[in-house]
Design a protein around this ligand. Structure first.
Ligand code: SAM
Length: 296
């Protein structure tokens, strides 16, 4: 019942001039169509089907197993909200870990914060990093930064080897049907907590409540009481099916609804999507979604 998507076909072929259909959700009832102008690369990696295409005003798009991961059109709506909400909620994030995120978008945003001394990133699929560096250079710029430490491997195993090591952990994972499946279980959340320094924060990509209600409900039930506070917050991403995606915000202390430090915000330079009003508003949820989460 947790699987919002039917079994995925073996491969996803994309051709210039054709319309590609993302694997539909909600028992096949809702899908998203992309008009492909150009295919920049397409291959089966050790872990998944990977393609980078160009699609008119949407710009370049990274697809994994046929699902849109990132589009140049609206990636700031995802990356800025996934990164700046927890970074600006933490008083002094020095050591940051990103799990997944091989396109580099989250890393680019983390490196905008002056407090960061080390930005670790653990991505399972080296081809995502290599091909993003080649075809999505603007997103992947952070891989050459002196503060970046790139680890190629499974995020679950990486986390299990770290205790009280990070101020902030960002789980920028793909959907739970492929290599990311282990990043959505209770054992992973126990490891996540142990890997945080006192007062640390963990933010995980937590899908859309429209599409993944049973999964989201189950995870929040499993982690209830594990962290000092747990929240679900959202951002609007036009190129993700249902137009919205959420994050789990788990904190060992900091309150995400506290006022944002204006000096630290200004030091980030001009942003495309994030602002402090949106930061607060992102935690307001519709009644039907509140019912999926434990009462506050
Ligand atoms: N923004 C995206 C979304 O929500 O669809 C996620 C983007 S990012 C490209 C997701 C990355 O997580 C992929 O590159 C994938 O290879 C990586 N990933 C999946 N499972 C992983 C695991 N177990 N450990 C580390 N990285 C993993």
């Amino acid at each position: 019942a947790d699987r919002a998507k039917p079994d995925l076909p073996e491969r996803f072929h994309l051709s210039a001039g054709e319309t590609f259909l993302e694997p539909p959700c909600l028992e096949g009832s809702l899908g998203l169509a992309i008009k492909v102008d150009r295919v920049l690369c397409q291959e089966r990696t050790e872990y998944q089907d990977l393609a980078i295409i160009e699609a008119g005003p949407l710009g370049r798009i990274l697809l994994l197993d046929g699902n849109i991961q990132v589009s140049q059109f609206d990636e700031p709506a995802y990356h800025e909200m996934m990164v700046h909400v927890p970074m600006l909620s933490h008083p002094d994030p020095k050591r940051v870990l990103i799990i997944g995120g091989g396109d580099g978008g989250a890393l680019r945003e983390v490196l905008k914060h002056e407090s960061v001394q080390e930005a670790h990133i653990c991505e399972i699929d080296k081809r995502v990093v290599e091909l993003s560096r080649r075809h999505l250079a603007e997103l992947a710029s952070g891989f050459d930064h002196p503060k970046t430490r790139l680890h190629i491997g499974d995020g679950f195993a990486f986390l299990a080897g770290h205790k009280e090591a990070f101020d902030l952990i960002i789980v920028d994972s793909s959907d739970p049907e492929g290599p990311a499946e282990g990043l959505f279980g209770p054992d992973f959340y126990r490891n996540l907590k142990q890997a945080l320094r006192p007062g640390g924060i963990a933010v995980s990509q937590m899908e859309s409540c429209h599409l993944y209600a049973p999964l989201i409900s189950r995870i929040f039930e499993q982690i209830e009481g594990m962290f000092e506070t747990s929240y679900y917050y959202t951002t609007m991403v036009a190129t993700y099916l249902s137009g919205v995606i959420g994050f789990a915000f788990n904190s060992l202390g900091p309150d995400p609804l506290a006022p944002v430090d204006q000096k630290r915000l200004q030091a980030l330079g001009e942003l495309d999507y994030y602002n402090p009003t949106l930061h607060r508003a992102a935690f307001a949820l519709p009644c039907r979604w509140l019912k999926l989460l434990p009462p506050e």
